[in-house]
Write a protein that binds this ligand. Structure first.
Ligand code: NAD
Length: 481
């Protein structure tokens, strides 16, 4: 039996259980039962968090990089030690199977490690001067300042870890606002940093109404950077607020990833990888493969095999059954969104060949769903479904596949499977996306940048870029006295 912790906020090193605006209930999406509550922050408490982040920044930016590294590395070790317990709380709050929650948590520790290491490595550069009268031209990366970190519920450990790791490694302080549905997961991550010895005020945690919190925090002159992961619509609103204050902004938004499957691809390995990856986290992943573009010669076989694999998946409450492969959707709104999407299908808009319906509750479950031959203008093929649904369409030549893949405004991840070297080079070059993976689905390693283009946002997290995103460039040039 997993014990749900008391959820609190962290402001200036003090854990606060009382929200100035009351409390909000937290529900297990697999049972629809309340599991706890979280305090709702008031504007006065947000002002206290801003003041704490301001004074925390003054301390942390002047802390030697090696000290920052040691504290952050220690936090990553604590995260690893506590991963088993934290993963169980992740499953309670948002429903993903334990193995996935555990992999997310230990993976987040690796991410934090990598970003901490960058604190030691990023030394800047010396630029040759045009004249000997100039003694030195030194370019350094300075921490940008207090950062506001806004994260969603689908990866409640990994996404805050990327942002906190990058911000703290670079010498910034931060205020984290996690999703309303997953406050305890975020708290357990933050506790690792506190217990690792992070000075008071460097990392703060608040819960509550997302629009009120983001508007108040972004408007403050204390805030110098905003990092948001979530929907494109909200990302655009926050981008306007950040621009009004000339603040750095990193939006990591929605996607609608295409998968181009060539005739030469290893069929069994490809279809197995596609079905497993599509339904991971019940499809609630910004890089989830959604538009499967399959060479006509193997199309019928691919649809049949994908549908058969989808129907075999065990769906259920992962908090009480370890054999569950796909958990519930995060909240009732996601099931309603999937049901609406299904109503838009039929006729040339696509045939449902697996799933297609909500599963009778309790719990917010939806069947793994496969749609054959949806028209390219159907809602499924244009709007990010953010759920367990795949659309499969045939193509006749590789240029047509690339045209379809590149036809949306999103550009986060794109995938391809092919044994042809020529085709893999062509696809790597031509697919318009921030990340292209060929013959696998792995776009989320700690060492590589993660980010998109177009309506999927800009900037990158993780990798060296995940550190540099919390810095600004400074030139110091010195002439002879
Ligand atoms: P939603 O837009 O209500 O909430 C998504 C997340 O955004 C939540 O964590 C919420 O706290 C936050 N949010 C909402 N309004 C905000 C605001 N004004 N300021 C700051 N944060 C705000 O949608 P939902 O139904 O919970 O999630 C589904 C949609 O969200 C999907 O369409 C998907 O595009 C998007 N989403 C994307 C990611 C991602 O990894 N890119 C993750 C989760 C959700």
């Amino acid at each position: 039996m997993t014990t749900y912790p008391e959820v609190r906020m962290l402001i200036g090193g003090e854990w606060i259980a009382e929200g100035g605006q009351g409390a909000m209930q937290v529900v297990n999406p697999a049972t629809e039962k309340a599991i706890g509550s979280a305090p709702k922050v008031s504007k006065e408490q947000l002002d206290a968090a801003l003041a704490a982040a301001d004074s925390g920044f003054a301390v942390w930016r002047d802390t030697p990089a090696i000290e920052r590294y040691r504290v952050i590395r220690r936090a990553a070790e604590l995260l690893r030690e506590r991963a088993e317990t934290i993963a169980r709380v992740v499953t309670l709050e948002m429903g993903k199977p334990h193995a996935q929650a555990l992999g997310e948590t230990t993976g987040a520790a690796d991410l934090i490690d990598f970003l901490a290491e960058e604190a030691k490595r990023q030394g800047g550069r010396i630029v040759p001067a045009r004249s000997h009268a100039i003694l030195e031209q030194r370019v350094t990366q300075e921490p940008v300042g207090p950062a506001v970190l806004l994260t969603p519920w689908n990866f409640p450990i990994n996404l805050p870890a990327k942002k906190i790791g990058g911000a703290l490694a670079a010498g910034c302080s931060a205020i984290l606002k996690p999703a309303e549905t997953t406050p305890a997961s975020a708290q357990m991550l933050v506790e690792c940093f506190v217990d690792a010895g992070l000075p008071d005020g460097v990392l703060n945690l608040v819960h509550g109404d997302p629009a009120m919190i983001s508007e108040h925090l972004i408007a403050s002159p204390v805030t110098r950077k905003v990092s948001f992961t979530g929907s494109t619509a909200v990302g655009k609103q926050l981008g306007v607020l950040a621009a009004q204050g000339m603040k750095r902004f990193t939006p990591e938004l929605g996607g609608h990833a295409p998968v181009v499957i060539g005739e030469s691809a290893d069929f069994d390995r490809t279809v197995a990888a596609c079905a497993a990856t599509k339904f991971r986290n019940a499809g609630q992943v910004c890089v989830s493969p959604t538009r499967f573009l399959v060479a006509r010669g193997i199309y019928d076989r691919f649809v049949a095999e994908f549908a058969a694999r989808s129907q075999k998946l065990k769906v259920g409450d992962a908090s009480s059954d370890e054999s569950v492969e796909m958990g519930p959707l995060a909240h009732a709104g996601r099931v309603a969104a999937m049901t609406e999407l299904m109503k838009s299908l039929g006729g040339e808009k696509g045939e449902i060949v697996a799933g297609g319906s909500a599963i009778q509750g309790p719990g917010h479950f939806f069947q793994p769903t496969v749609i054959a031959a949806p028209s390219l203008d159907s809602r499924l093929m244009v709007e990010e479904p953010f759920g367990p649904v795949a659309g499969i369409v045939p193509y006749d030549d590789i240029e047509e596949a690339v045209r379809i893949a590149n036809s949306l405004r999103y550009g986060l991840a794109a995938y391809a499977f092919t044994a042809s070297l020529d085709e893999s080079h062509y696809l790597g070059r031509s697919l318009r996306a921030g990340m292209v993976a060929i013959n696998h689905f792995g776009v989320g390693s700690p060492e590589t940048p993660f980010g998109g283009t177009g309506d999927s946002g800009f900037g990158s997290e993780s990798g060296v870029e995940g550190y540099l995103g919390y810095t600004e460039t400074k030139l110091v040039t010195v002439a002879k006295a």
